[in-house]
Design a protein around this ligand. Structure first.
Ligand SMILES: *[C@@H]1O[C@H](CO)[C@@H](O)[C@H](O)[C@H]1NC(C)=O
Ligand SMILES: *[C@@H]1O[C@H](CO)[C@@H](O)[C@H](O)[C@H]1NC(C)=O
Ligand SMILES: *[C@@H]1O[C@H](CO)[C@@H](O)[C@H](O)[C@H]1NC(C)=O
Ligand SMILES: *[C@@H]1O[C@H](CO)[C@@H](O)[C@H](O)[C@H]1NC(C)=O
Ligand SMILES: *[C@@H]1O[C@H](CO)[C@@H](O)[C@H](O)[C@H]1NC(C)=O
Ligand SMILES: *[C@@H]1O[C@H](CO)[C@@H](O)[C@H](O)[C@H]1NC(C)=O
Length: 749
């Protein structure tokens, strides 16, 4: 029963398709070669893939791939001979797999185009085969290091590097990739600072010296780990490592644990030196087995495939090469390429292929160029016969290689597994924000002139808040100045009016008039500030200041927002003119009344001193505010605030400390709310209060100072009279004293 049904199944499948066989030649180093132990497993691998493809109805339906093998023994001449023998034997082979050694592929790949047959390469890494005019039918599922150039350029773009140096060992595969890299630099407008080709390891010193002389920071190297010991020993001696330098090498040529296995007999460095010099170098590489977890075209994930193929290998006496995912994908790539070519065949059939059918070859090439699938080695497609696929950035710390990022050649983008900044030793993403009067200051430490901006949202405040703060601060400054200085100004003015009127009748200015003066000054201020705020409101602008720290190769970038408006300068001018006039006039009044000596007006001198003070500070501060540019933002901020604090504190101290003293000396002082109109009468500058106008006579000077003493004394003497409302024998003087004392406490605008 079981037998019958199996027979039925067999009959139905075999009669369902008249299966046509496509023959494929496999050139393997099956004997007498170190690779034989791997090569002998390949027939099993090929057949497993071919069976899976045969089982698929959507790929090469009705076709079967059949492999025919030839043994090249790893010798290039023999590979050429065997290739001709295998191809000449009937039936015609539509494709050739292998051989695996570079020299063999260079020879065989140049022959296959003349047989119009496709050749699949999956192990041999040779840059020679890049030449499409010679190797027109060769497709590689493995990578060559030249394929890392797009990643090198992407890395440079990512970090904003545009100056690079290269150092290659004199070997085709290295010089070829570096040549291609140099061309890519030109295409991307980047600068090649210097390049070196090491032909003799004894000359490494000169190469490293030149790298240093040209101030190379980013160095792309192409050499094997065997040369790396000598090179990094010299790098160590000339200190071409550390945060200032980035070495970018290739993972395929730099074996893992190369320092651990290094032979340090021939070099003058210890392994510890090498560890130090090669620390944090970057290696670029392509994976053999994809690390992704998605199901590939064969219906397996890369990991599933890997364990399946390894178990297949364990059933054979042979070993499995690390490159097996490329080999497996090569079979699928050919199958899909042939499947794609079906639509171009235009009546002909694949089974009609013979070595004269260049038209079928062209169809297959078109089909191969369209290949694009998810293989177990990652996405597979070809450009000019070269594999396009993912590449990786790996970081080497203490010779431990860890993944740092992946490069997708289709989008040209790098996906980072680590923060890119951790690619450098001792690199700290130093960000601190200072918030200064509505401005925000971020300082970022970067590397290699590279500037990365990390937004610190926690401290960034909304634009509106900043604008309001800044507007308020200009208001406070303008109004504060007017109210403080206006008060001093009006009092000085009163003293001036009292004592500098040559007419006999003296005028006493009432409190209300002082308030009026302050009010007028304030009104002028408002008439400037209100239209400014309403019609020419402030806008937010980001200012970026870059400070280079050559010593440590660090760029500090400060970003802060300033609030400004296009008409700012005119409004500032108006403010300065107005306030300047006020200051000038205040100074003049203070100067005029400098010699006024009245016990009752004991603070007129102090007020004058305050005015001078403010003038001097403004004379220094205002120009300084404009001279210091944005780069000295911090200095400006500190200076301006010191000036404001100093000025206001000094004025308050000068005015009020003596008053506290006075109040202590004369307790129970009774303040008269205001001056009575009727007392505006007959105060005249007595001999005692009017200082000598010309101070040239020493006698007069002496008298003046004596009078000053007397003046102080008279306040003390007058104090009993100040007690209570009782009128003293000399009513006018007393009332005046009282009124001035009263004014001191009330005339604060
Ligand atoms: C082919 O398909 C059959 C039926 O689906 C399955 O039993 C067999 O294992 C498949 N062979 C391969 C090589 O995948
Ligand atoms: C290089 O520079 C040229 C001219 O300056 C410009 O046309 C071209 O787009 C640039 N190429 C790249 C990749 O930036
Ligand atoms: C194979 O070719 C056929 C016909 O040209 C097409 O329908 C099918 O999608 C192809 N298979 C794949 C996997 O591309
Ligand atoms: C297909 O073949 C016909 C006849 O041989 C020819 O006229 C036509 O141009 C061919 N088409 C293509 C796309 O090659
Ligand atoms: C490197 O690997 C070794 C052995 O696995 C381990 O001991 C060492 O800590 C690793 N070093 C770093 C920096 O990861
Ligand atoms: C002096 O005082 C008189 C009377 O109050 C006044 O008319 C005159 O304008 C004053 N002169 C000055 C220079 O202030």
């Amino acid at each position: 029963m079981l037998f019958l049904s199996l027979l039925g199944l067999f009959l139905s499948t075999s009669s369902y398709h008249a299966t046509k066989t496509l023959y494929v030649a496999g050139l393997l180093e099956m004997s007498d070669h170190w690779w034989s132990k791997y090569a002998n497993f390949l027939p099993t691998l090929f057949q497993s893939a071919a069976d899976e493809i045969f089982n698929r109805t959507d790929i090469l339906d009705g076709y079967e791939l059949k492999f025919v093998y030839g043994d090249t023994k790893g010798k290039e001449g023999l590979a050429g001979k065997v290739l001709n023998e295998v191809l000449s034997a009937s039936p015609p082979k539509i494709a050739v797999f292998g051989p695996q050694m570079s020299d063999e592929v260079k020879l065989a790949g140049a022959i296959t185009p003349f047989y119009n047959t496709i050749q699949m390469n999956f192990v041999a890494k040779t840059s020679t085969t890049k030449d499409k005019s010679v190797y027109s039918t060769l497709y590689s599922t493995n990578y060559i290091e030249d394929d890392l150039n797009p990643l090198r350029i992407a890395l440079m773009n990512h970090f904003g590097w545009n100056r690079v140096a290269t150092l290659a060992y004199n070997d085709d595969s290295f010089t070829s990739q570096i040549d291609e890299f140099h061309q890519a630099l030109i295409d991307n407008n980047m600068t090649l600072i210097t390049s070196g080709i090491i032909t003799d390891l004894r000359n490494v010193e000169n190469h490293i010296t030149r790298l240093k002389q040209y101030d190379s920071r980013v160095i792309v190297g192409a050499f094997r780990s065997s040369a790396a010991t000598t090179i990094f020993c010299e790098v160590y001696k000339q200190k071409l490592y550390g945060r200032r330098y980035t070495w970018i090498l290739t993972g395929a040529s730099m074996y893992r644990n190369w320092i651990k296995n290094a032979d340090v007999k021939d070099i003058t460095c210890t392994k510890a030196n090498l560890y130090e010099a090669a620390d944090y170098m970057i290696t670029l590489d392509q994976n053999q087995l994809s690390s992704e977890t998605k199901v590939t075209i064969s219906g397996r994930t890369p990991a599933e495939y890997d364990s399946w193929m390894k178990s297949e290998a364990s059933n054979t006496p042979y070993s499995i090469t690390r490159s097996h995912p490329w080999i497996y994908d090569a079979v699928w790539a050919l199958a899909l390429g042939l499947n794609n070519s079906l639509k171009y065949l235009n009546g002909s059939k694949l089974e009609d292929f013979n070595y004269d059918r260049s038209d079928i070859r062209e169809c297959i090439i078109k089909g191969m160029d369209e290949v694009s699938f998810d293989g177990v080695s990652g996405p597979v497609s070809f450009k000019d016969g070269r594999r396009i696929g993912q590449s990786f950035i790996q970081l080497n710390i203490e010779d431990n290689r860890t993944d740092a990022g992946r490069f997708d050649p289709y989008t040209g983008s790098i996906t980072w597994d680590v923060t890119p900044s951790s690619l450098w030793p001792g690199f700290k993403w130093l960000i601190f924000n200072l918030i200064i009067c509505g401005t925000e200051l971020s300082i970022k430490k970067t590397c290699f002139g590279q500037i990365r901006v990390a937004l610190s949202n926690s401290l960034a405040r909304s634009a509106t808040t900043q604008l309001i703060e800044k507007t308020l601060s200009s208001w406070f400054l303008a109004v504060g100045f007017t109210s403080a200085f206006g008060a001093l100004f009006s009092k000085t003015w009163r003293v001036h009016v009292l004592f500098h009127n040559n007419s006999i009748r003296k005028k006493v200015i009432k409190d209300i008039q002082l308030f009026a003066v302050c009010g007028v000054l304030m009104a002028i201020d408002l008439s400037i500030m209100v239209p400014w705020t309403l019609f020419f409101s402030l806008q937010r602008k980001e200012v970026v200041v870059t400070i280079e720290d050559e010593e440590n190769d660090i760029t500090h970038k400060e970003i802060y927002t300033v609030c400004t408006s296009s008409t700012q300068v005119y409004w500032l001018c108006v403010q300065y003119v107005y306030k300047g006039l006020l200051l000038a006039f205040g100074t003049f009044l203070a100067w005029e009344t400098r010699r006024v000596e009245v016990p009752a007006l004991n603070d007129s001198k102090l007020i004058g001193f305050c005015v001078y003070n403010i003038v001097v500070v403004c004379l220094i501060g205002v120009p300084l505010n404009h001279i210091l540019d944005d780069e000295q933002k911090t200095a400006r901020f500190v200076l301006m605030n010191c000036f404001v604090m100093f000025c206001t504190a000094l004025v308050l101290c000068i005015l009020f400390i003596p008053k506290l003293k006075l109040r202590n000396e004369t307790d129970n002082i009774k303040f008269v709310p205001s001056l009575n109109g009727k007392i505006t009468s007959t105060v005249r500058p007595s001999q005692q209060t009017k200082a000598p106008s010309s101070g040239s006579n020493p006698d007069e000077k002496y008298r003046a100072s004596e009078q000053t003493k007397n003046g102080h004394k008279s306040v003390a003497e007058a104090s009993p009279a100040l007690r209570g409302q009782a009128l003293s024998p000399n009513p006018t003087t007393d009332t005046i004293i009282q009124s001035f004392v009263a004014e001191d406490s009330t005339t604060v605008c």
